[in-house]
Design a binder for this molecule. Structure first.
Ligand code: ATP
Ligand code: MG
Ligand code: MG
Ligand code: MG
Length: 569
Protein backbone atom coordinates (compact mmCIF):
# COMPACT_ATOMS: atom_id res chain seq x y z
CA UNK A 1 0.00 0.00 0.00
CA UNK A 2 1.19 3.49 -0.83
CA UNK A 3 0.61 6.04 1.87
CA UNK A 4 -0.03 8.71 -0.76
CA UNK A 5 -3.11 6.73 -1.88
CA UNK A 6 -4.25 5.62 1.59
CA UNK A 7 -6.26 7.28 4.34
CA UNK A 8 -3.69 8.22 6.98
CA UNK A 9 -6.10 10.02 9.30
CA UNK A 10 -3.74 10.76 12.18
CA UNK A 11 -4.49 13.49 14.70
CA UNK A 12 -1.99 15.60 16.61
CA UNK A 13 -4.24 16.40 19.53
CA UNK A 14 -5.69 13.89 21.96
CA UNK A 15 -9.49 14.03 21.64
CA UNK A 16 -10.89 15.41 24.85
CA UNK A 17 -13.59 12.83 25.46
CA UNK A 18 -11.33 9.78 25.13
CA UNK A 19 -10.58 8.56 28.65
CA UNK A 20 -8.40 5.50 28.16
CA UNK A 21 -5.17 5.23 26.22
CA UNK A 22 -6.47 2.76 23.65
CA UNK A 23 -9.40 5.00 22.78
CA UNK A 24 -7.12 8.02 22.50
CA UNK A 25 -4.62 6.20 20.33
CA UNK A 26 -7.21 4.57 18.09
CA UNK A 27 -8.59 8.01 17.31
CA UNK A 28 -5.18 9.65 16.98
CA UNK A 29 -3.81 6.89 14.77
CA UNK A 30 -6.84 7.08 12.49
CA UNK A 31 -8.19 3.62 13.29
CA UNK A 32 -11.77 4.50 14.22
CA UNK A 33 -14.18 7.41 14.32
CA UNK A 34 -17.21 7.85 16.52
CA UNK A 35 -20.56 8.11 14.78
CA UNK A 36 -22.71 8.31 17.90
CA UNK A 37 -22.50 6.96 21.45
CA UNK A 38 -21.13 3.43 21.25
CA UNK A 39 -21.15 3.40 17.44
CA UNK A 40 -17.84 3.46 15.58
CA UNK A 41 -16.70 3.51 11.98
CA UNK A 42 -13.59 1.45 11.29
CA UNK A 43 -11.34 3.46 9.00
CA UNK A 44 -9.11 1.50 6.59
CA UNK A 45 -6.15 1.41 8.99
CA UNK A 46 -8.23 0.13 11.92
CA UNK A 47 -10.16 -2.34 9.82
CA UNK A 48 -6.93 -4.05 8.80
CA UNK A 49 -6.25 -4.76 12.47
CA UNK A 50 -9.78 -5.96 13.12
CA UNK A 51 -9.58 -8.31 10.14
CA UNK A 52 -6.29 -9.75 11.37
CA UNK A 53 -7.78 -10.47 14.77
CA UNK A 54 -10.73 -12.11 13.03
CA UNK A 55 -8.38 -14.20 10.92
CA UNK A 56 -6.55 -15.59 13.94
CA UNK A 57 -9.82 -16.34 15.70
CA UNK A 58 -11.20 -18.01 12.57
CA UNK A 59 -8.09 -20.12 11.98
CA UNK A 60 -8.03 -21.43 15.53
CA UNK A 61 -11.77 -22.07 15.61
CA UNK A 62 -11.53 -23.98 12.33
CA UNK A 63 -8.61 -25.93 13.72
CA UNK A 64 -10.72 -26.91 16.73
CA UNK A 65 -13.27 -28.50 14.45
CA UNK A 66 -15.93 -25.81 14.81
CA UNK A 67 -17.97 -24.97 11.69
CA UNK A 68 -18.51 -21.40 10.59
CA UNK A 69 -22.04 -20.12 10.00
CA UNK A 70 -23.51 -16.65 9.65
CA UNK A 71 -26.81 -15.91 11.33
CA UNK A 72 -28.97 -12.82 10.88
CA UNK A 73 -28.26 -9.88 13.17
CA UNK A 74 -32.00 -9.18 13.37
CA UNK A 75 -33.95 -11.85 15.21
CA UNK A 76 -37.69 -12.47 15.52
CA UNK A 77 -39.25 -11.86 18.94
CA UNK A 78 -41.00 -15.26 18.84
CA UNK A 79 -37.75 -17.13 19.45
CA UNK A 80 -36.95 -14.95 22.43
CA UNK A 81 -40.44 -15.49 23.76
CA UNK A 82 -39.90 -19.21 23.50
CA UNK A 83 -36.75 -19.02 25.61
CA UNK A 84 -38.33 -16.54 28.01
CA UNK A 85 -35.68 -13.92 27.40
CA UNK A 86 -37.96 -11.45 25.62
CA UNK A 87 -39.30 -10.59 29.07
CA UNK A 88 -36.09 -11.08 31.02
CA UNK A 89 -33.41 -9.40 28.99
CA UNK A 90 -33.96 -5.78 29.98
CA UNK A 91 -32.63 -2.56 28.56
CA UNK A 92 -29.64 -3.91 26.66
CA UNK A 93 -31.96 -5.54 24.11
CA UNK A 94 -32.67 -3.25 21.17
CA UNK A 95 -36.22 -4.03 20.09
CA UNK A 96 -37.50 -3.19 16.62
CA UNK A 97 -40.76 -3.36 14.69
CA UNK A 98 -41.05 -4.02 11.01
CA UNK A 99 -43.60 -2.29 8.76
CA UNK A 100 -46.23 -4.89 9.66
CA UNK A 101 -45.75 -4.22 13.33
CA UNK A 102 -43.97 -7.52 13.95
CA UNK A 103 -41.44 -7.48 16.74
CA UNK A 104 -37.73 -8.15 16.36
CA UNK A 105 -34.54 -7.49 18.21
CA UNK A 106 -31.04 -6.74 17.08
CA UNK A 107 -29.12 -9.72 18.41
CA UNK A 108 -27.00 -9.13 21.52
CA UNK A 109 -26.20 -12.87 21.39
CA UNK A 110 -27.47 -15.87 19.40
CA UNK A 111 -28.44 -18.79 21.64
CA UNK A 112 -32.02 -18.77 20.41
CA UNK A 113 -31.20 -18.55 16.71
CA UNK A 114 -28.57 -21.29 16.76
CA UNK A 115 -30.80 -23.56 18.85
CA UNK A 116 -33.56 -23.04 16.32
CA UNK A 117 -31.18 -23.91 13.50
CA UNK A 118 -29.93 -27.01 15.25
CA UNK A 119 -33.37 -28.33 16.21
CA UNK A 120 -34.28 -28.15 12.52
CA UNK A 121 -31.07 -29.55 11.09
CA UNK A 122 -29.76 -32.18 13.51
CA UNK A 123 -31.74 -35.34 14.06
CA UNK A 124 -29.42 -38.01 15.38
CA UNK A 125 -26.85 -38.43 18.09
CA UNK A 126 -24.51 -39.46 15.28
CA UNK A 127 -24.31 -35.83 14.20
CA UNK A 128 -23.08 -34.83 17.66
CA UNK A 129 -21.06 -33.24 19.02
CA UNK A 130 -21.31 -30.22 16.76
CA UNK A 131 -19.91 -26.76 17.32
CA UNK A 132 -21.01 -23.79 15.19
CA UNK A 133 -19.47 -20.35 15.26
CA UNK A 134 -19.82 -17.00 13.57
CA UNK A 135 -17.99 -13.69 13.56
CA UNK A 136 -20.64 -11.06 13.50
CA UNK A 137 -21.96 -7.71 14.61
CA UNK A 138 -23.84 -7.60 17.88
CA UNK A 139 -25.82 -4.79 19.41
CA UNK A 140 -26.20 -4.23 23.12
CA UNK A 141 -27.72 -1.00 24.32
CA UNK A 142 -25.09 -0.62 27.03
CA UNK A 143 -26.07 1.68 29.85
CA UNK A 144 -22.63 3.28 29.73
CA UNK A 145 -20.95 2.83 26.38
CA UNK A 146 -17.40 4.05 26.88
CA UNK A 147 -13.73 3.61 26.17
CA UNK A 148 -14.40 3.52 22.43
CA UNK A 149 -14.72 0.04 20.93
CA UNK A 150 -13.91 -1.48 24.32
CA UNK A 151 -17.50 -1.04 25.49
CA UNK A 152 -19.41 -0.14 22.38
CA UNK A 153 -23.07 -0.69 21.63
CA UNK A 154 -22.41 -2.18 18.21
CA UNK A 155 -19.40 -4.48 18.25
CA UNK A 156 -17.93 -7.56 16.62
CA UNK A 157 -18.11 -10.83 18.49
CA UNK A 158 -17.09 -14.35 17.69
CA UNK A 159 -19.76 -16.52 19.22
CA UNK A 160 -19.84 -20.30 19.15
CA UNK A 161 -22.40 -22.80 20.36
CA UNK A 162 -21.80 -26.50 20.86
CA UNK A 163 -24.36 -29.31 21.03
CA UNK A 164 -23.99 -32.65 22.77
CA UNK A 165 -25.74 -35.84 23.64
CA UNK A 166 -24.42 -35.81 27.16
CA UNK A 167 -22.50 -33.88 29.77
CA UNK A 168 -19.27 -35.75 29.17
CA UNK A 169 -19.20 -34.69 25.55
CA UNK A 170 -19.91 -31.09 26.58
CA UNK A 171 -17.05 -31.28 29.09
CA UNK A 172 -14.70 -32.43 26.34
CA UNK A 173 -15.61 -29.69 23.91
CA UNK A 174 -15.43 -27.15 26.71
CA UNK A 175 -11.84 -28.21 27.32
CA UNK A 176 -11.08 -27.97 23.61
CA UNK A 177 -12.51 -24.44 23.56
CA UNK A 178 -10.49 -23.50 26.64
CA UNK A 179 -7.34 -24.62 24.86
CA UNK A 180 -8.41 -22.93 21.63
CA UNK A 181 -8.92 -19.66 23.46
CA UNK A 182 -5.45 -19.89 24.98
CA UNK A 183 -4.03 -20.53 21.49
CA UNK A 184 -5.89 -17.49 20.14
CA UNK A 185 -4.79 -15.14 22.91
CA UNK A 186 -1.22 -16.48 22.72
CA UNK A 187 -1.09 -15.76 18.99
CA UNK A 188 -2.49 -12.29 19.63
CA UNK A 189 0.43 -11.67 21.96
CA UNK A 190 -1.78 -10.70 24.87
CA UNK A 191 -0.90 -10.94 28.55
CA UNK A 192 -4.09 -12.61 29.76
CA UNK A 193 -5.49 -14.86 32.46
CA UNK A 194 -8.27 -17.41 32.24
CA UNK A 195 -10.32 -17.01 35.41
CA UNK A 196 -13.18 -18.89 36.95
CA UNK A 197 -16.39 -16.99 36.55
CA UNK A 198 -19.77 -17.18 38.13
CA UNK A 199 -22.22 -19.05 35.97
CA UNK A 200 -24.86 -16.87 37.59
CA UNK A 201 -28.21 -16.23 36.01
CA UNK A 202 -27.76 -18.48 32.99
CA UNK A 203 -27.54 -21.30 35.45
CA UNK A 204 -24.89 -23.37 33.73
CA UNK A 205 -22.50 -25.50 35.66
CA UNK A 206 -19.16 -24.02 34.69
CA UNK A 207 -17.77 -20.86 33.21
CA UNK A 208 -14.42 -19.19 32.55
CA UNK A 209 -13.60 -15.69 31.48
CA UNK A 210 -10.41 -14.65 29.73
CA UNK A 211 -9.07 -11.34 30.94
CA UNK A 212 -6.41 -9.14 29.44
CA UNK A 213 -4.52 -7.54 32.31
CA UNK A 214 -4.70 -3.76 32.09
CA UNK A 215 -5.29 -0.98 34.58
CA UNK A 216 -8.16 0.32 32.48
CA UNK A 217 -10.04 -2.98 32.79
CA UNK A 218 -13.50 -2.81 34.27
CA UNK A 219 -13.30 -6.09 36.17
CA UNK A 220 -11.30 -7.06 39.22
CA UNK A 221 -9.67 -10.43 38.95
CA UNK A 222 -7.90 -12.26 41.72
CA UNK A 223 -5.20 -14.79 41.23
CA UNK A 224 -2.65 -16.64 43.25
CA UNK A 225 0.99 -16.25 42.33
CA UNK A 226 1.70 -19.89 43.12
CA UNK A 227 -1.35 -21.93 42.32
CA UNK A 228 -3.43 -22.06 39.14
CA UNK A 229 -6.37 -20.51 40.83
CA UNK A 230 -7.80 -17.32 39.33
CA UNK A 231 -11.29 -15.87 39.62
CA UNK A 232 -13.14 -12.69 38.85
CA UNK A 233 -14.68 -10.57 41.53
CA UNK A 234 -18.32 -10.97 40.83
CA UNK A 235 -20.92 -8.35 41.24
CA UNK A 236 -18.56 -5.81 42.70
CA UNK A 237 -20.46 -3.23 40.75
CA UNK A 238 -23.52 -3.91 42.82
CA UNK A 239 -21.69 -2.66 45.89
CA UNK A 240 -19.79 0.33 44.65
CA UNK A 241 -21.26 2.55 41.95
CA UNK A 242 -19.45 2.14 38.65
CA UNK A 243 -18.03 5.64 38.81
CA UNK A 244 -16.28 4.94 42.09
CA UNK A 245 -14.77 1.66 41.12
CA UNK A 246 -11.38 2.68 39.74
CA UNK A 247 -10.52 4.47 42.98
CA UNK A 248 -11.78 1.56 45.01
CA UNK A 249 -9.78 -0.89 43.04
CA UNK A 250 -6.61 1.13 43.31
CA UNK A 251 -7.01 1.24 47.04
CA UNK A 252 -7.60 -2.49 47.09
CA UNK A 253 -4.52 -3.12 45.02
CA UNK A 254 -2.56 -0.91 47.35
CA UNK A 255 -3.55 -2.66 50.53
CA UNK A 256 -2.97 -6.00 48.90
CA UNK A 257 0.77 -5.57 48.60
CA UNK A 258 2.53 -8.26 50.62
CA UNK A 259 4.12 -6.04 53.23
CA UNK A 260 0.75 -4.68 54.17
CA UNK A 261 -0.54 -8.04 55.25
CA UNK A 262 -3.89 -8.33 53.70
CA UNK A 263 -5.91 -10.86 51.83
CA UNK A 264 -3.23 -13.48 51.60
CA UNK A 265 -2.93 -13.27 55.35
CA UNK A 266 -6.54 -14.18 55.65
CA UNK A 267 -5.92 -17.15 53.48
CA UNK A 268 -2.76 -18.20 55.22
CA UNK A 269 -4.18 -18.23 58.66
CA UNK A 270 -7.42 -19.80 57.56
CA UNK A 271 -5.24 -22.45 55.91
CA UNK A 272 -7.46 -22.56 52.87
CA UNK A 273 -6.69 -21.87 49.27
CA UNK A 274 -6.13 -18.17 49.22
CA UNK A 275 -8.34 -17.60 46.29
CA UNK A 276 -11.19 -19.63 47.63
CA UNK A 277 -11.07 -17.56 50.74
CA UNK A 278 -11.21 -14.47 48.70
CA UNK A 279 -14.12 -15.81 46.79
CA UNK A 280 -15.93 -16.22 50.02
CA UNK A 281 -14.85 -13.22 51.94
CA UNK A 282 -13.84 -10.57 49.55
CA UNK A 283 -15.97 -10.89 46.55
CA UNK A 284 -17.57 -7.60 47.21
CA UNK A 285 -15.37 -4.80 48.27
CA UNK A 286 -16.00 -1.22 49.00
CA UNK A 287 -13.47 1.37 49.89
CA UNK A 288 -14.23 4.49 51.80
CA UNK A 289 -11.84 7.33 51.22
CA UNK A 290 -11.30 10.53 53.12
CA UNK A 291 -10.92 13.94 51.46
CA UNK A 292 -7.25 13.40 50.71
CA UNK A 293 -8.05 10.07 49.14
CA UNK A 294 -6.66 8.18 52.13
CA UNK A 295 -8.19 4.89 53.03
CA UNK A 296 -10.43 5.15 56.04
CA UNK A 297 -12.31 1.93 55.75
CA UNK A 298 -12.30 -1.14 53.68
CA UNK A 299 -15.50 -3.07 53.87
CA UNK A 300 -15.40 -6.54 52.53
CA UNK A 301 -18.44 -8.63 52.02
CA UNK A 302 -19.21 -12.21 51.26
CA UNK A 303 -20.52 -13.37 47.93
CA UNK A 304 -23.58 -15.40 47.08
CA UNK A 305 -22.27 -18.31 49.05
CA UNK A 306 -22.82 -16.11 52.07
CA UNK A 307 -26.40 -15.51 51.02
CA UNK A 308 -26.03 -12.34 48.97
CA UNK A 309 -25.23 -10.15 51.86
CA UNK A 310 -26.05 -6.59 51.11
CA UNK A 311 -26.00 -3.50 53.25
CA UNK A 312 -29.77 -3.59 53.51
CA UNK A 313 -29.62 -7.07 54.98
CA UNK A 314 -27.44 -6.13 57.88
CA UNK A 315 -29.41 -6.11 61.11
CA UNK A 316 -29.54 -2.59 62.39
CA UNK A 317 -26.94 -1.31 59.99
CA UNK A 318 -28.08 0.39 56.84
CA UNK A 319 -24.84 2.13 55.97
CA UNK A 320 -21.35 0.72 55.62
CA UNK A 321 -19.52 1.13 58.87
CA UNK A 322 -16.48 3.19 59.56
CA UNK A 323 -15.25 2.45 63.02
CA UNK A 324 -12.38 3.59 65.11
CA UNK A 325 -12.56 1.53 68.27
CA UNK A 326 -13.18 -2.00 69.39
CA UNK A 327 -16.06 -0.73 71.49
CA UNK A 328 -17.82 0.74 68.53
CA UNK A 329 -17.40 -2.45 66.61
CA UNK A 330 -18.68 -4.41 69.52
CA UNK A 331 -21.65 -2.13 69.87
CA UNK A 332 -22.53 -2.40 66.23
CA UNK A 333 -22.05 -6.09 65.61
CA UNK A 334 -22.31 -7.56 69.05
CA UNK A 335 -18.82 -8.91 69.40
CA UNK A 336 -15.32 -7.64 69.95
CA UNK A 337 -12.77 -7.77 67.22
CA UNK A 338 -10.93 -10.98 67.92
CA UNK A 339 -13.89 -12.81 69.33
CA UNK A 340 -16.52 -15.10 67.90
CA UNK A 341 -19.44 -13.41 66.26
CA UNK A 342 -22.99 -14.42 67.09
CA UNK A 343 -24.72 -16.82 64.76
CA UNK A 344 -27.07 -15.08 62.40
CA UNK A 345 -25.03 -11.98 62.12
CA UNK A 346 -24.71 -10.92 58.54
CA UNK A 347 -21.44 -9.05 58.56
CA UNK A 348 -18.55 -11.00 57.16
CA UNK A 349 -15.88 -8.38 57.51
CA UNK A 350 -15.58 -4.89 58.79
CA UNK A 351 -12.34 -3.05 58.91
CA UNK A 352 -11.72 -0.21 61.27
CA UNK A 353 -10.28 3.18 60.45
CA UNK A 354 -6.72 2.25 61.23
CA UNK A 355 -7.19 -0.05 58.32
CA UNK A 356 -4.17 0.85 56.27
CA UNK A 357 -3.00 -2.62 57.14
CA UNK A 358 -6.35 -4.11 58.04
CA UNK A 359 -5.60 -4.00 61.72
CA UNK A 360 -8.96 -5.11 62.96
CA UNK A 361 -11.92 -6.74 61.48
CA UNK A 362 -14.82 -8.77 62.55
CA UNK A 363 -16.34 -11.69 60.79
CA UNK A 364 -19.98 -12.45 61.25
CA UNK A 365 -21.85 -15.61 60.57
CA UNK A 366 -24.60 -16.14 58.08
CA UNK A 367 -28.13 -17.37 58.31
CA UNK A 368 -27.12 -20.94 57.75
CA UNK A 369 -25.74 -20.79 61.22
CA UNK A 370 -22.06 -21.36 60.87
CA UNK A 371 -19.69 -19.40 63.02
CA UNK A 372 -17.11 -17.19 61.60
CA UNK A 373 -14.78 -15.72 64.06
CA UNK A 374 -13.71 -12.32 64.93
CA UNK A 375 -10.15 -11.92 63.79
CA UNK A 376 -7.44 -9.53 64.71
CA UNK A 377 -4.11 -10.51 63.35
CA UNK A 378 -2.25 -7.45 64.46
CA UNK A 379 -2.56 -9.08 67.89
CA UNK A 380 -3.56 -12.68 68.55
CA UNK A 381 -5.18 -14.49 65.74
CA UNK A 382 -8.12 -16.52 66.88
CA UNK A 383 -9.66 -18.81 64.34
CA UNK A 384 -12.26 -21.34 65.21
CA UNK A 385 -14.51 -23.63 63.25
CA UNK A 386 -12.64 -23.30 60.02
CA UNK A 387 -14.58 -26.40 59.04
CA UNK A 388 -17.67 -24.33 58.86
CA UNK A 389 -16.01 -21.93 56.54
CA UNK A 390 -14.83 -24.78 54.37
CA UNK A 391 -18.32 -26.12 54.07
CA UNK A 392 -19.51 -22.85 52.68
CA UNK A 393 -16.96 -22.88 49.94
CA UNK A 394 -18.91 -25.57 48.18
CA UNK A 395 -16.71 -28.41 49.16
CA UNK A 396 -14.11 -27.96 46.43
CA UNK A 397 -11.15 -26.55 48.33
CA UNK A 398 -7.51 -27.43 47.41
CA UNK A 399 -6.28 -26.40 50.67
CA UNK A 400 -2.82 -25.21 50.03
CA UNK A 401 -2.75 -21.71 51.52
CA UNK A 402 0.09 -21.08 49.15
CA UNK A 403 1.11 -18.03 47.28
CA UNK A 404 0.35 -14.38 47.36
CA UNK A 405 -2.87 -13.10 46.01
CA UNK A 406 -2.86 -10.46 43.40
CA UNK A 407 -5.84 -8.35 42.55
CA UNK A 408 -5.56 -6.84 39.11
CA UNK A 409 -7.82 -5.13 36.67
CA UNK A 410 -8.86 -7.19 33.70
CA UNK A 411 -10.56 -6.59 30.37
CA UNK A 412 -12.93 -9.45 29.58
CA UNK A 413 -12.03 -10.55 26.06
CA UNK A 414 -13.50 -14.02 26.12
CA UNK A 415 -16.09 -16.04 27.98
CA UNK A 416 -16.86 -19.74 27.79
CA UNK A 417 -19.87 -21.30 29.38
CA UNK A 418 -21.51 -24.67 29.95
CA UNK A 419 -25.14 -23.81 29.31
CA UNK A 420 -26.55 -27.25 29.98
CA UNK A 421 -30.03 -27.62 28.52
CA UNK A 422 -31.52 -24.24 29.33
CA UNK A 423 -32.09 -23.27 25.69
CA UNK A 424 -32.37 -26.72 24.20
CA UNK A 425 -35.11 -27.54 26.70
CA UNK A 426 -36.99 -24.29 26.22
CA UNK A 427 -36.86 -24.66 22.45
CA UNK A 428 -37.21 -28.42 22.49
CA UNK A 429 -34.00 -29.12 20.61
CA UNK A 430 -33.70 -32.89 20.60
CA UNK A 431 -32.02 -35.72 18.75
CA UNK A 432 -32.59 -39.46 18.80
CA UNK A 433 -30.06 -41.23 20.97
CA UNK A 434 -28.51 -44.66 20.28
CA UNK A 435 -31.65 -46.40 21.57
CA UNK A 436 -33.92 -44.34 19.34
CA UNK A 437 -35.11 -42.31 22.30
CA UNK A 438 -35.59 -38.54 22.16
CA UNK A 439 -32.87 -36.70 24.06
CA UNK A 440 -32.56 -33.02 24.83
CA UNK A 441 -29.14 -31.76 23.83
CA UNK A 442 -26.56 -30.28 26.17
CA UNK A 443 -25.11 -26.95 25.08
CA UNK A 444 -22.00 -24.85 25.55
CA UNK A 445 -21.42 -21.29 24.36
CA UNK A 446 -18.15 -19.50 23.72
CA UNK A 447 -17.71 -15.76 23.06
CA UNK A 448 -14.78 -13.60 22.07
CA UNK A 449 -14.89 -9.81 21.90
CA UNK A 450 -13.14 -9.41 18.54
CA UNK A 451 -13.37 -5.62 18.32
CA UNK A 452 -12.65 -5.24 22.05
CA UNK A 453 -9.41 -7.17 21.53
CA UNK A 454 -8.09 -4.42 19.25
CA UNK A 455 -8.41 -1.92 22.10
CA UNK A 456 -7.18 -4.39 24.73
CA UNK A 457 -4.03 -5.04 22.73
CA UNK A 458 -3.26 -1.32 22.64
CA UNK A 459 -3.76 -1.09 26.42
CA UNK A 460 -0.78 -3.45 26.70
CA UNK A 461 1.33 -2.15 23.84
CA UNK A 462 1.99 1.55 23.60
CA UNK A 463 4.47 4.26 24.52
CA UNK A 464 4.46 8.03 24.48
CA UNK A 465 4.78 8.03 20.69
CA UNK A 466 1.84 5.79 20.00
CA UNK A 467 0.73 2.22 19.46
CA UNK A 468 3.18 -0.70 19.27
CA UNK A 469 1.42 -3.51 17.41
CA UNK A 470 2.59 -7.08 17.71
CA UNK A 471 3.43 -8.32 14.19
CA UNK A 472 0.46 -10.68 14.21
CA UNK A 473 -2.16 -7.92 14.11
CA UNK A 474 -0.28 -4.85 12.90
CA UNK A 475 -2.16 -3.08 10.09
CA UNK A 476 1.14 -3.18 8.22
CA UNK A 477 4.14 -5.09 9.45
CA UNK A 478 6.69 -2.94 7.70
CA UNK A 479 6.86 0.75 6.85
CA UNK A 480 9.23 2.01 4.18
CA UNK A 481 9.82 5.71 4.61
CA UNK A 482 11.37 7.56 1.72
CA UNK A 483 13.37 10.72 2.28
CA UNK A 484 13.38 13.32 -0.43
CA UNK A 485 11.93 10.85 -2.93
CA UNK A 486 10.26 13.59 -4.89
CA UNK A 487 13.60 14.91 -5.92
CA UNK A 488 15.56 11.66 -5.98
CA UNK A 489 14.64 8.96 -8.51
CA UNK A 490 17.25 6.70 -6.91
CA UNK A 491 15.47 6.77 -3.57
CA UNK A 492 12.11 6.07 -5.18
CA UNK A 493 13.55 3.23 -7.22
CA UNK A 494 15.25 1.59 -4.24
CA UNK A 495 12.11 1.99 -2.13
CA UNK A 496 9.93 0.47 -4.85
CA UNK A 497 12.29 -2.47 -5.18
CA UNK A 498 12.28 -3.13 -1.44
CA UNK A 499 8.50 -2.73 -1.39
CA UNK A 500 8.09 -5.36 -4.09
CA UNK A 501 10.54 -7.76 -2.49
CA UNK A 502 8.93 -7.52 0.92
CA UNK A 503 5.46 -7.99 -0.51
CA UNK A 504 6.60 -11.00 -2.48
CA UNK A 505 7.97 -12.40 0.77
CA UNK A 506 4.48 -12.09 2.22
CA UNK A 507 4.76 -8.93 4.31
CA UNK A 508 2.10 -6.25 4.58
CA UNK A 509 4.03 -3.14 3.68
CA UNK A 510 3.15 0.55 3.80
CA UNK A 511 5.34 2.59 1.50
CA UNK A 512 5.31 6.11 2.89
CA UNK A 513 5.83 7.96 -0.36
CA UNK A 514 4.04 11.10 0.81
CA UNK A 515 5.59 14.43 0.06
CA UNK A 516 5.82 15.29 3.74
CA UNK A 517 8.66 16.30 6.02
CA UNK A 518 10.61 13.30 7.42
CA UNK A 519 9.55 14.18 10.97
CA UNK A 520 5.87 14.00 10.03
CA UNK A 521 6.30 10.62 8.38
CA UNK A 522 8.28 9.15 11.27
CA UNK A 523 5.76 10.43 13.80
CA UNK A 524 2.84 8.97 11.84
CA UNK A 525 4.44 5.55 11.41
CA UNK A 526 5.22 5.43 15.14
CA UNK A 527 1.77 6.64 16.14
CA UNK A 528 0.16 4.03 13.89
CA UNK A 529 2.45 1.51 15.53
CA UNK A 530 4.01 -0.30 12.58
CA UNK A 531 6.51 -2.75 14.10
CA UNK A 532 9.34 -2.47 11.53
CA UNK A 533 10.59 0.63 9.72
CA UNK A 534 13.08 1.06 6.91
CA UNK A 535 14.26 4.47 5.79
CA UNK A 536 15.51 4.90 2.25
CA UNK A 537 17.62 8.01 1.70
CA UNK A 538 20.20 9.33 -0.75
CA UNK A 539 22.79 9.37 1.98
CA UNK A 540 22.19 5.73 2.88
CA UNK A 541 22.07 4.57 -0.70
CA UNK A 542 25.40 6.14 -1.48
CA UNK A 543 26.84 3.90 1.26
CA UNK A 544 24.74 0.94 0.12
CA UNK A 545 22.63 0.97 3.29
CA UNK A 546 19.12 1.37 4.60
CA UNK A 547 18.21 2.49 8.06
CA UNK A 548 16.20 0.02 10.18
CA UNK A 549 14.39 0.61 13.44
CA UNK A 550 12.08 -1.74 15.29
CA UNK A 551 9.16 0.08 16.93
CA UNK A 552 10.39 -0.92 20.38
CA UNK A 553 14.08 -0.31 19.66
CA UNK A 554 15.88 2.59 21.28
CA UNK A 555 18.28 3.00 18.38
CA UNK A 556 18.19 2.80 14.64
CA UNK A 557 20.82 0.89 12.73
CA UNK A 558 22.23 0.86 9.24
CA UNK A 559 22.02 -2.37 7.30
CA UNK A 560 23.15 -3.31 3.83
CA UNK A 561 20.42 -2.82 1.22
CA UNK A 562 20.80 -6.42 0.22
CA UNK A 563 20.24 -7.62 3.81
CA UNK A 564 16.84 -6.01 4.33
CA UNK A 565 14.78 -9.12 3.73
CA UNK A 566 16.87 -11.54 5.71
CA UNK A 567 17.01 -8.96 8.50
CA UNK A 568 13.30 -9.24 9.17
CA UNK A 569 13.17 -12.99 9.39
P1 ATP B 1 -19.01 -7.30 29.91
O1 ATP B 1 -18.90 -7.98 31.25
O2 ATP B 1 -17.75 -6.58 29.52
O3 ATP B 1 -20.25 -6.46 29.77
P2 ATP B 1 -20.33 -9.59 28.94
O4 ATP B 1 -19.99 -10.55 30.01
O5 ATP B 1 -21.63 -8.91 28.99
O6 ATP B 1 -19.16 -8.48 28.83
P3 ATP B 1 -20.51 -11.76 27.05
O7 ATP B 1 -21.98 -11.89 26.99
O8 ATP B 1 -19.73 -12.74 27.84
O9 ATP B 1 -20.14 -10.26 27.49
O10 ATP B 1 -19.98 -11.67 25.53
C1 ATP B 1 -18.80 -12.27 25.02
C2 ATP B 1 -17.71 -11.25 24.80
O11 ATP B 1 -18.14 -10.13 24.02
C3 ATP B 1 -17.19 -10.62 26.07
O12 ATP B 1 -16.28 -11.47 26.72
C4 ATP B 1 -16.54 -9.34 25.56
O13 ATP B 1 -15.21 -9.60 25.15
C5 ATP B 1 -17.38 -8.99 24.35
N1 ATP B 1 -18.27 -7.85 24.66
C6 ATP B 1 -19.36 -7.87 25.45
N2 ATP B 1 -19.94 -6.66 25.50
C7 ATP B 1 -19.20 -5.85 24.71
C8 ATP B 1 -19.29 -4.47 24.35
N3 ATP B 1 -20.28 -3.71 24.81
N4 ATP B 1 -18.35 -3.95 23.51
C9 ATP B 1 -17.36 -4.74 23.02
N5 ATP B 1 -17.22 -6.05 23.34
C10 ATP B 1 -18.12 -6.60 24.17
MG1 MG C 1 -22.20 -6.99 29.43
MG1 MG D 1 -18.88 -9.99 31.84
MG1 MG E 1 -19.17 -12.46 29.87
Amino acid sequence: MRASRYLIATLKETPADAEVISHQLMLRAGMTRKLAAGLYTWLPMGLRVLRKVERIVREEMDKSGAQEVLMPAVQPAELWQESGRWEQYGGELLRLNDRHGREFCFGPTHEEVITDMVRNELKSYKELPANFYQIQTKFRDERRPRFGVMRAREFVMKDAYSFHLNQQSLDETYEVMHRTYCAIFDRLGLDYRPVQADSGSIGGSSSHEFHVLASSGEDDIVFSTESDYAANIEKAEAVAPAGDRPAASEALAEVATPDQRTIDDVATFLKVDATQTVKTLIVKAQVEEDEEGGLIALILRGDHSLNEIKAENLPGIAEPLTMATDEEIEQAVGCKPGSIGPVGLNIPVIVDRSAAHLADFVCGANKEGYHLTGVNWSRDVAIERVEDLRNVVEGDLSPCGKGTLEIRRGIEVGHIFKLGNKYSKALNATVLDEHGKTAIMEMGCYGIGVSRIVAASIEQNYDDRGIIWPDAIAPFEVAIVTLNAHKSPEVMEAAELLYTQLRQAGYDVLLDDRNERPGVKFADMELIGIPHRFVVSDRGLSAGTLEYKGRRDADKQDIAVTDALSFLV
